[in-house]
Design a protein around this ligand. Structure first.
Ligand code: SF4
Length: 706
């Protein structure tokens, strides 16, 4: 069913960048390419032209979309509405018609209004009971999961005031969005989310025990760690250890959807040649009962495609794809997953498990990208999508892999056409193959472009890709790289509100409010540790340029500029004085680890940064200290001044006593502490005294900034 483009009137003016000011402005004169996209910054003061992407078309085929480079495949004119089960019909109707009638024998109908205001009537077999999110959406039902998704993605409500959840429902009904929420996982801790190009870009983190490394406890810890660093879903790709226990633990523990590649567990203890339908059927039911939210099934690798693989540089790099290719060659038969597709669909429907239809022939190197094998499989994935939709199952499509940068847009847009807008879930792609150890970077470059051009979810790649099983730090690096890719694409696409935190951080940066700067950053510990490595005082410059060359400080001082003067962003320093320098708090254990791993500072220097309270007691200058968590809280009188610039330690202290002992010794030595009523409610470890960093930084005493 073709759906008309979104009415511009339904996009609030505040989210659309309109030309500002006289035509002589450079942005108008130079024809900055505006295509009607929303401004990702929703504050009224957002000043850039906003996104250069297309106007949002939620409820239409383009959703949030990049403009097509000439020659790119156009979107499909079909959606999941064109692939209804037998006995179903959909048509436009006039509003207010009675629903639920049974004018024809054996059928019922329902009419409802889409978020865009169109009325549609759906006729379906009497006695039908919806199970999947797709089936509910087709009947016009807004499920609690759809409501939760709309809550988590406020731009739906911004674009469709009062009808955000209906907009989610409409995207699910069109097959352009999935809500991977197995009915059994919903009984545990799952917090429903969505994947689709009408929503923010999501990221997935792969983990799982291998035959040579890791176990369930370690993988569970990695799961929490991945979620902490922004993973929206997690795939358990265990191939070793107690796979079943690991999966069960993931489903019970995880708040994010869990995906698996079921064929892995189907062949444990047996040869791939022995794979048969009873094994497949039992395994799919078992994993669905455990609560797995999406399955990767490599049904698109067909026997006829294998001839295209012969001349590839690196053959088939998908585990599932290579296993099934071997199965086909041994048995001289079609892929059993393809042959039993309808049966597989019926199993998944029963639990509302979402398909992530695997790209078993994805390229494993740049030289194999966009080749006959990959495109032949993609055509089959389109066919499998249509068949799954006819059986009421939610679908997303997996994509490559390794793709040269120039081929990324085509890959996204050919998938959009052949699979009718079903969410595209891509691994990377890597845009160069010669940087092993840095493939989180090579791939997140490709992932950013792929998300801008249409991918809805990005599967992370860690620095260990191609080299070994990711460890904790690799998981963090992979997640952060991919959060950057997803976020950059969302801003570029003009998803309302996605740039707000960037804009807030820019204001804090302009105000040289370091604490706020770090609070707003994605990884505050790393940002704070890097800053304090050079200069553990929050003042009107940092160690990169120094005082005299700090352009941010200079801009802030120019009265005619707004720079650095946003209300609520000014740094409050010593004595509650705006703009005064403030000594940063003691390093947290996490920050200590970060600095230790960098190897720039000596252990003694790191220890000193981690022991600020003691240092403050002994400093030759009055200092200002702040707790590691942030706010300036309490003032104390300083210890006796020592010689200029010296940083010694109190005679009562050992550098290695625990904090409680240090505090007791401090009290016994009679160092007075007077709480500032102006900063009540703070931790007694937080000390505030005046700092003069001029001698340490070589700044003249006359400088008024200090
Ligand atoms: S010193 Fe340089 S890097 Fe540091 S805040 Fe100023 S302009 Fe930015």
């Amino acid at each position: 069913m073709t759906i008309a483009p979104i009415h511009r009137a339904s996009v609030p003016d505040s989210h659309v960048r309109t030309p500002v000011g006289a035509p002589s402005r450079p942005t108008d004169r130079l024809r900055v390419p505006r295509h009607g996209a929303c401004n990702p910054g929703t504050e009224p003061t957002a000043t850039t032209p906003g996104s250069f992407a297309l106007a949002p078309d939620i409820g239409g085929p383009l959703m949030f979309a990049s403009p097509d480079t000439p020659g790119m495949p156009s979107p499909s004119d079909k959606t999941a509405w064109d692939f209804l089960p037998d006995g179903w019909r959909v048509s436009r109707c006039h509003g207010g018609e009675e629903s639920g009638g049974s004018r024809e024998h054996g059928v019922r109908d329902v009419s409802f209004q889409t978020a865009r205001g169109e009325w549609i009537r759906v006729t379906y077999p009497a006695g039908f009971r919806p199970v999947t999110q797709l089936e509910h959406a087709r009947l016009g039902i807004v499920t609690p999961e759809m409501k939760r998704v709309a809550e988590r993605e406020p731009h739906f409500e911004m674009l469709f005031p009062g009808r955000g959840a209906e907009a989610v429902r409409d995207e699910v009904a069109a097959g352009r969005m999935v809500i991977p929420a197995n009915i059994n996982h919903l009984k545990h801790r799952l917090d429903p989310m969505c994947i689709g190009r009408a929503s923010r870009t999501k990221i997935n983190a792969n983990m799982g025990a291998s035959p040579v490394s890791s176990g369930t406890d370690e993988e569970l810890e990695k799961l929490d760690w991945a979620v902490r660093w922004g993973a929206d879903t997690v795939m358990d790709l265990s191939t070793g250890g107690d796979i079943d226990a690991c999966r069960e633990a993931f489903c019970r523990h995880s708040t994010v959807p869990i995906g698996t590649v079921p064929i892995y567990s189907m062949i444990i203890g047996k040869k791939i040649e022995d794979l048969d339908w009873p094994t497949i059927e039992a395994s799919l039911h078992h994993q669905a009962q455990q609560g797995v939210d999406y399955f990767t099934i490599h049904a698109g690798v067909r026997r006829g495609h294998l001839k295209y693989v012969k001349n590839r540089l690196i053959g088939i790099v998908s585990r599932g794809g290579s296993l099934l290719a071997k199965w086909m060659l041994v048995h001289n038969r079609e892929n059993i997953m393809y042959e039993r597709w309808d049966d597989i669909c019926d199993i998944l429907r029963g639990y509302d498990v979402t398909f992530s239809i695997g790209d078993g022939l994805r390229p494993g190197g740049l030289a194999d990208a966009t080749d006959d094998a990959q495109l032949a499989e993609l055509e089959t994935l389109g066919e499998l999508t249509e068949r799954a939709w006819r059986r009421g199952v939610q679908v997303m499509i997996e994509g490559p892999g390794h793709v040269p940068f120039d081929q990324i847009e085509y890959n996204a847009k050919i998938q959009r056409r052949l699979c009718h807008g079903a969410p595209f879930y891509v691994l990377g792609p890597l845009v160069t193959d010669m940087f092993p150890g840095y493939d989180h970077i090579t791939s997140c470059i490709g992932a950013t472009a792929m998300a801008y051009h249409g991918a809805a979810m990005l599967c992370y790649v860690t620095p260990k890709e191609h080299l070994g099983l990711p460890k904790r730090e690799d998981v963090k690096q992979g997640c952060i790289a991919y959060r950057i890719a997803a976020h950059a694409a969302d801003i570029a696409l003009g998803i309302p509100g996605t740039r707000d935190r960037d804009d807030a951080l820019t204001k804090a940066r302009a105000a040289l409010n370091w604490e706020k700067h770090f609070e707003l950053s994605f990884d505050p510990d790393t940002a704070r540790a890097y800053h304090d490595e050079d200069l553990d005082v929050d003042t009107d410059f940092c160690a990169m340029c120094g005082h005299d060359w700090c352009s941010v400080r200079i801009s802030k001082e120019i009265q005619e500029f707004a720079s650095g003067k946003a209300e609520g962003f000014e740094r409050i320093g010593a004595g509650g004085k705006a703009g005064a320098p403030v000594k940063s708090g003691a390093l947290t254990p996490e920050q200590v680890k970060i600095l230790e791993s960098r190897g720039v500072l000596s252990p003694e220097e790191i220890h000193r940064l981690a022991s600020k309270t003691k240092k403050a007691m002994s400093n030759s200058y009055p200092v200002t200290e702040r707790g590691g968590g942030g706010g300036v809280t309490r003032s104390v009188t300083e210890g006796k001044p020592a010689s200029s610039g010296a940083v010694g330690k109190l005679s009562c202290h050992s550098d290695y006593v625990d904090p409680e002992t240090a505090q007791r010794l401090q009290r016994e030595k009679g160092i007075s502490e007077r709480a500032s009523s102006a900063h009540s409610g703070s931790d007694t470890n937080d000390l505030l005294v005046q700092v003069d960093v001029r001698p340490a930084l070589g700044i003249t005493k006359e400088d008024r900034v200090i």
